[in-house]
Write a new protein. Structure first.
Length: 589
């Protein structure tokens, strides 16, 4: 049977997937599709402009992740994530950056970094003071208040040993991994991770994915077999041909410790795939958090919450394990949002070069349709995609799409210049009719600039009422893309504080009604690629000057707040309504 003839329907009726190496003859899935023709430009103005201000902001340290000129091992290619976190609760987003290292002669300054927001567009490196100096091969981060003390904590995955940092509330963190019962035997490659209150008991549990089993003593060398070859060029091996990863779940015991419930919960049954970004959100609108795991070159998992402490993988049935034709793709990053304003969470997932990113439209019951080509995304197939977001960048009331790009093979560009190692960011503006338009040069120099990027986080670091972007670049300093929005469109930000629910309100859902539009968003513990976005939900409102809000807290209770005025941040405390309102000052262009 030809691999192209496989569909989701045939998989569901019991037909097996062909061996990956035989089907593709390379280590990473790519459909090798040609881009669709571009339509005539809409001519509609896009009032957001992105400028990289990282240097002015004081973000100078490069992300060391393997050698810059060659990548012998897949470990050196994947990169890591970042987070927007208000670790000191001053109302301004701070920045947490992960780091890799080098296998040979590792530099001492290759460490994770915490930058404090100085509230003037600049940041100060407080890593050492905060107790967060750590070298190694970091992957992903999740942010949440696991002990409900009012300060957000950090969990970071590694090739090696994952680490849980407790926020002490005084600007410092303490490594409590061992005390919390999260030490593991042997070397694992932790990948996506997210705090999630899966049993709705008010305490944040922890879901941890693992990419693959990477052993330096047994890994093949570039070019050694078909999984170490791309378009005839010898490259690092994998993920195909390497042992796949798995997913773990740890229940919060309420005393600072966690218990591994992977087997009891059913998550240990999710095997056979190369797990990457992990997102916990309510995809079927039943009030309970599900878990979606983007998987590289293998079927992705959608773990449905059964409301009894167990999960069932429904990725194939729901339509999000593969693309609409039943093809595997190299799933890396995830953007979650309500792009078509129908009150359900849709999914944007990024993939490899010679393939499209994929857009899954949610029918409201947790069934998804691949609408990639119908939505206009099929025009872009040039680059490897990573961190992704679904946010209203121009405040017109409709979420847009953005993702970071960058190759994994620096060797390829020398032979085939059409596959550059560094490539621009991708931004599709929402045309408000179910379709998107790629902006090739209209979104500002920060979008057009080429980098080998990986994780990115979305948030309003300068508190001016729009969504900025933090991006990790291999062997370069990060990019901090300041968004400057012109025009008179309005916005609203919502910060939630749990009381009976977990303090971070992870899993809480806000439904905003503005004019004739309805949009839902949820507070997520991880998204994009291995990264964490601003916990303050941002709604562009267009010309509408107020919105009605409905908050569904993680424990299932709901609150309604009517006629919330635009152009404000509102802090809503569970059971108490709006407890604080703040008006942000718009940046003058």
């Amino acid at each position: 049977m030809r691999r192209e003839s496989l569909t989701r329907r045939s998989l569901l009726t019991g037909l097996a997937v062909l061996p990956a190496a035989a089907a593709f003859g390379q280590g990473v899935a790519s459909r090798n599709v040609k881009a669709q023709p571009r339509s005539k430009p809409s001519g509609l103005p896009f009032r957001a402009c992105f400028t990289d201000v990282a240097d002015k902001a004081g973000l100078h340290a490069p992300l060391i992740y393997g050698p810059a000129e060659r990548k012998t091992y897949i470990l050196e290619t994947v990169g890591c994530g970042c987070a927007f976190i208000d670790y000191d609760n001053d109302g301004w987003l701070d920045i947490f950056l992960l780091s890799g290292t080098l296998l040979e002669n590792p530099p001492k300054n290759a460490t994770n970094r915490l930058y404090k927001n100085n509230r003037d567009g600049t940041f100060t490196d407080v890593t050492e003071k905060a107790g967060l100096l750590r070298t190694g091969w970091a992957s992903a981060v999740t942010v949440g208040d696991y002990d409900n003390d009012g300060f957000d904590d950090l969990f970071v995955t590694y090739w090696g040993q994952n680490v849980l940092y407790r926020n002490n509330g005084d600007g410092t963190f303490t490594d409590v991994t061992g005390k919390a019962g999260l030490l593991t035997a042997g070397i694992r490659w932790g990948s996506g991770c997210t705090f999630v209150d899966y049993d709705r008991d008010g305490r944040l549990d922890l879901c941890v994915a693992h990419y693959l089993n990477f052993d330096l003593n047994s890994i093949p060398k570039p070019g050694e077999n078909p999984n170490c070859n791309w378009k005839g060029v010898a490259v690092n091996c994998g993920p195909r041909g390497l042992p796949p990863g798995f997913v773990s779940l740890y229940r919060n015991n309420g005393d600072g410790t966690f218990t591994d419930v992977s087997a009891q919960s059913g998550l240990s049954k999710a095997t056979g795939s190369y797990c990457m970004t992990t997102v916990a959100a309510d995809f079927d609108n039943d009030g309970w958090p599900d878990i979606y795991v983007a998987c590289d070159t293998t079927p992705s998992f959608l773990l449905k919450n059964n409301h009894d402490g167990t999960f069932t993988d429904i990725g194939l049935e729901s339509g999000v394990a593969l693309n609409g034709d039943g093809m595997e793709q190299a799933g890396m990053g995830l953007g979650i949002g309500d792009y078509n304003l129908d009150g359900s969470l849709d999914i944007l997932k990024t993939h490899f070069a010679d393939d499209t990113a994929i857009l899954y439209r949610n029918d409201g019951k947790g069934r998804f349709e691949d609408v990639t080509n119908a939505a206009g995304l099929g025009v872009e197939t040039r680059f490897v995609g990573w961190g992704a977001g679904m946010f209203d960048f121009d405040n017109d009331g409709y979420p847009d799409l953005m993702w970071a790009t960058g190759s994994v093979y620096p060797e390829i560009e020398k032979v085939m210049p059409s596959y550059p190692f560094k490539s621009p960011r991708i931004l599709f503006r929402n045309l408000r009719n179910g379709r998107f338009e790629e902006l090739l040069d209209q979104a500002g120099p920060g979008i057009a600039a080429p980098h080998a990027s990986r994780g990115c986080a979305f948030g309003d670091f300068d508190n001016d009422g729009d969504v900025d972007i933090l991006i990790m670049n291999l062997n370069e300093p990060p990019s901090l893309l300041r968004n400057d929005v012109t025009g008179d469109d309005h916005w609203l930000k919502v910060k939630l504080v749990g009381v009976k629910s977990n303090r971070s309100a992870l899993g809480a859902r806000v439904t905003a009604r503005y004019g004739d539009k309805v949009q839902v968003q949820e507070v997520l513990g991880q998204a994009s690629f291995y990264s964490v976005n601003d916990p303050r939900l941002h709604f562009g409102l267009g010309s509408i000057e107020k919105a009605d809000l409905e908050i569904r807290w993680p424990n299932g209770q709901t609150e309604k707040i009517s006629a919330v005025p635009a152009n404000h941040l509102v802090v809503i405390k569970e059971g108490a309504g709006i407890v604080k309102t703040e008006e942000f000052k718009r940046r003058s262009i």
